[in-house]
Design a protein around this ligand. Structure first.
Ligand code: NAD
Ligand code: 6OD
Length: 495
């Protein structure tokens, strides 16, 4: 049994950059602010253009020094060492993630850190079995030809990650990129640099060859993010974040035609049929709307409920929302943390206000909780349920990325499918029904990368993950990640 770390114990008062196996602490610094109470819990060193150049050169040098040529067994041994060391420093990761995000201890312990570790283990296992193909071809002389593919690393991979699941989403990219023989330059979100800093420490502690993992901190435009994504020495970009940021990165990458993998925003729908297991559907929808304060790209922001159960469903969902306890991450009673920042809270609150202007009924929430203590300087908002909006309302169309959903009644299956798909996004959908024939009929009609039936945020990590429309380009997960981070080359031998 590990002890519960106090997030206030997070000791990283200075988060540096890590380039070519060296920690760099010189440079302009910015604040790492706790969304719980607005206090500064660390200072972060911003990487300037020169340091980003050095990071890209260090990554290239690491590949040339032999990282890309290591046998797959040798590379996955490094991945397993990283996972082992993360397990030893589990509490440090928990404390760092809580300090940056304010999310509840139970969530960090059960989701963020275990998945961060699992990402290294699963890609270590899968990389060993990542098959190269071979084909025999007949030739007129009867001797034939043998064609085979070899998988080669892409080279220097830029990893740009968001703040909502900082460790989980960063390692989801770093692990397969390294397994495939690439070197990485990681730019974590400016809001959540702490766990990336710890991962750099771990790479250093275990003696990972210098330059294989590099960390540059900073912002997006005109800062480390843009310097990296427009860098001619970067061979590929993997990015998770907002769709508009994806467009900007695509423009930056266009000049050198870099391969990109994008996991972007969502405006995900749940469809609840009257025949669903009512309690399971309400619990599942509450979880999919409010988990991580609604800051998961897969979160449900639009709920379509069959008319006979609409009012009962909205009432039950309201009870779930009202039962959530906002608070400090290390308080065992807390079930909902703050949003990531007061800046993001302003965006979410602007949608709460807009919803009223657009004619919504606010079933519950719509404002901020008042604590009467230092948490009032944090970024908390009330979980919010809306009804009564037109399907064309901006609050129904645009990603809010907070603990909020709009619930709409529907009369028939076709109606529900049409409304669920009437969005520019296409990441995830959840279908709640006890009619399995209907479930299997409706699921493939969802214009999304994943559809859940009677569950949410559950999947085997070998499955493809990603979105359609504005929600992304490409798939990550299992062999799909290894495929992105490798370049297959065909060799044909005349026999
Ligand atoms: P964001 O796009 O603001 O930032 C993500 C990262 O991109 C940060 O590291 C940021 O510094 C960097 N960045 C910003 N502008 C850049 C630029 N011009 N060039 C290079 N880098 C730049 O996203 P966020 O606010 O951190 O995360 C929330 C968003 O991410 C939501 O839209 C959410 O839906 C999306 N998201 C999607 C997935 C998915 O798997 N599809 C997962 C998590 C989050
Ligand atoms: O579970 C995952 O692998 C994954 N990429 C989740 C994304 C969540 C978005 O916030």
């Amino acid at each position: 049994m590990q002890h519960s770390p106090d997030y206030a114990d997070h000791k990283a008062t200075l988060i540096g950059n890590y380039v070519g196996g060296r920690f760099v602490t010189e440079g302009v610094r910015f604040d790492d602010v706790s969304p719980v109470d607005g206090t500064i819990h660390a200072r972060v060193v911003e990487a300037d253009r020169t340091l980003v150049d050095q990071a890209v050169s260090a990554a290239r040098a690491a590949i040339d020094a032999g990282w890309g040529q290591l046998s797959i067994q040798e590379r996955v041994t490094w991945l397993r060492r990283i996972a082992d060391r993360m397990e030893q420093r589990f509490d440090d990761f928990v404390a760092a993630e809580m300090a940056d995000t304010g999310k509840p201890l139970a969530l960090v312990r059960s989701l963020d850190v275990p998945r961060g570790i699992a990402n290294f283990r699963i890609f270590a296992d899968l990389a060993v079995g990542f098959q190269e193909e071979s084909f025999r071809t007949p030739t007129p002389d009867g001797r034939g030809a043998l064609n085979y593919t070899v998988q080669k690393p892409l080279g220097v991979v830029a990893v740009i990650s968001p703040w909502n699941l900082p460790l989980l989403l960063m390692t989801w990219k770093v692990a397969p990129a390294l397994a495939a023989g690439n070197a990485v330059v990681v730019k974590p979100s400016e809001e959540t640099p702490a766990t990336a800093g710890l991962l750099a420490e771990i790479c250093h502690e275990i003696g990972l060859p210098p330059g294989v993992f590099n960390l540059v901190n900073g912002f997006g435009p005109n800062s480390a993010g843009e310097f990296l994504t427009s860098h001619p020495g970067v061979d590929a970009i993997t990015f998770t974040g907002e769709s508009t940021t994806g467009s900007a990165i695509m423009r930056a990458a266009a000049a050198t035609v870099k391969p990109i993998s994008f996991e972007l925003g969502g405006k995900n729908a749940a469809i609840v049929f009257a025949d669903a297991d009512f309690e399971a559907a309400v619990d599942g929808t509450a979880r999919s709307t409010f988990l991580n304060c609604g800051q998961v790209c897969l979160c449900t922001e639009r709920v379509y409920v069959e008319r006979p159960i609409f009012e009962r469903f909205v009432d039950a969902l309201r009870l779930r929302a009202d039962a959530l306890v906002p608070g400090r991450p290390d308080d065992p009673k807390t079930t909902m943390g703050p949003l990531i920042s007061t800046g993001h809270r302003e965006k979410v609150l602007s949608y709460y206000r807009l919803a009223i202007e657009e004619g919504a009924t606010v079933v519950t929430g719509g404002g901020v909780p008042h604590f009467g203590d230092d948490r009032d300087a944090g970024a908390f908002v009330q979980p919010t349920i809306l009804t009564g909006l037109a399907e064309t309302a901006r609050c129904v169309k645009e990603e809010i990325f907070g603990p909020v959903c709009h619930v709409t009644p529907f009369d028939d299956e076709a109606d529900a499918i049409r409304m669920a798909n009437d969005t520019r996004y296409g990441l995830a959908a959840a279908i709640w029904t006890s009619d399995l024939a209907r479930a299997h009929r409706v699921a493939p009609l969802m214009e999304t990368g994943i559809a859940w039936i009677n569950t949410w945020f559950l999947r085997d990590l070998r499955t493809p993950f990603g979105g359609v429309k504005l929600s992304g380009i490409g798939r990550e997960g299992g062999r799909h990640s290894l495929g992105f981070y490798s370049e297959p080359m065909t060799i044909c031998v005349k026999l």
